[in-house]
Design a protein around this ligand. Structure first.
Ligand SMILES: [Zn+2]
Length: 283
């Protein structure tokens, strides 16, 4: 499932082929993904110019010159594919749409952007640009982990007196938007905090270390995604999924990477999700 760094990588990959470009033709190839598509979506997209591509949590937001914004969520298995050439020859370069190619956007440049989603947990919607933040999917979200509103004072206030495990609190999208299971496991390992600890039991110093570690873990992954962008054309034009190595995620039974620790990475299940952690250096 794409997490924030993957979505940011997709946004960065799409920006050069979509920003400032007109959507010549939108082809919506089924009535819905996770939810029905908005009414007249093809007409509302066709002829619109993309002004900017933003990201909010795990949503890509394409602001259009029609005063509407296209919200895109990749869901569990959504992929963005880029095909064609910026200059000419494009009509030869587009592969025929495949079974799971649900939305096809032909840009004026000759580039084709295809949304492919085999499991159809993805979503697309259109909203007035000046009311995007009030969209039901976005209104519930807490601050961006890489933004200024997410800081030590804020996190302290949100975790204070909370009895839920710190893992659950960091996964709560109302507290911080876009953090997923993998990156929370990595952050808690770097912070030396056990995932089962209750959120309210963290010391002020521990909460203070969490904020920069969250940014560090996400930024490292975004950098890894950035390097994957350089050769997306060699990998069939698919954006956003990249090889990135994790210190604890998926490493049950391996030696803990913390220098001098000597522990072994263990896996527990919390609220139905795996928590990879080191029982020795995470307390
Ligand atoms: Zn350890």
């Amino acid at each position: 499932m794409p997490e924030l760094p993957e979505v940011e990588t997709v946004r960065r990959g799409l920006a050069p082929v979509m920003e400032g470009r007109l959507i010549l033709r939108a082809d919506i190839r089924r009535p819905d993904l996770r939810w029905p598509f908005p009414e007249r979506m093809e007409q509302r997209l066709t002829g619109a110019r993309v002004l900017t591509l933003r990201r909010r949590s795990k949503y890509i937001l394409a602001d259009l010159d029609t005063s509407e914004t296209l919200l895109i969520h990749l869901g569990m298995s959504g992929r963005m594919l880029i095909s064609g050439d910026q200059i000419g020859h494009f009509h030869h370069a587009h592969p025929a749409p495949e079974k799971h190619d649900h939305v096809v956007l032909d840009m004026e440049s000759g580039i084709r952007v295809t949304f492919n989603d085999a499991r159809r947990f993805g979503a697309m919607d259109l909203a007035a640009t000046d009311r995007t933040e009030a969209h039901p999917l976005l209104a519930v979200l807490g601050p961006e982990p890489l933004g200024n509103d997410f800081n030590e004072t804020y996190l302290q206030a949100r975790l204070a007196n909370r009895r839920v495990p710190v893992k659950a609190a960091l996964l709560d999208q109302r507290i911080v938007a876009g953090l997923g299971n993998i990156y929370v496991c990595e952050v808690l390992h770097r912070a030396g905090i056990a995932p089962e600890r209750s959120a309210g039991s963290l010391t002020a110093a521990q909460v203070a270390t969490l904020v920069p570690l969250i940014r560090e873990v996400l930024n490292e992954a975004i950098r890894a995604g950035g390097s994957s962008l350089r050769d997306y054309r060699q990998t069939g034009g698919e954006l956003g999924y990249f090889q990135h190595s994790f210190r604890v995620y998926g490493r049950e039974g391996e030696a803990c990477p913390t220098p001098g620790c000597g522990g072994t990475i263990a896996r527990i299940v919390q609220a139905g999700r795996s928590s990879f952690h080191c029982p020795i250096c995470q307390t």
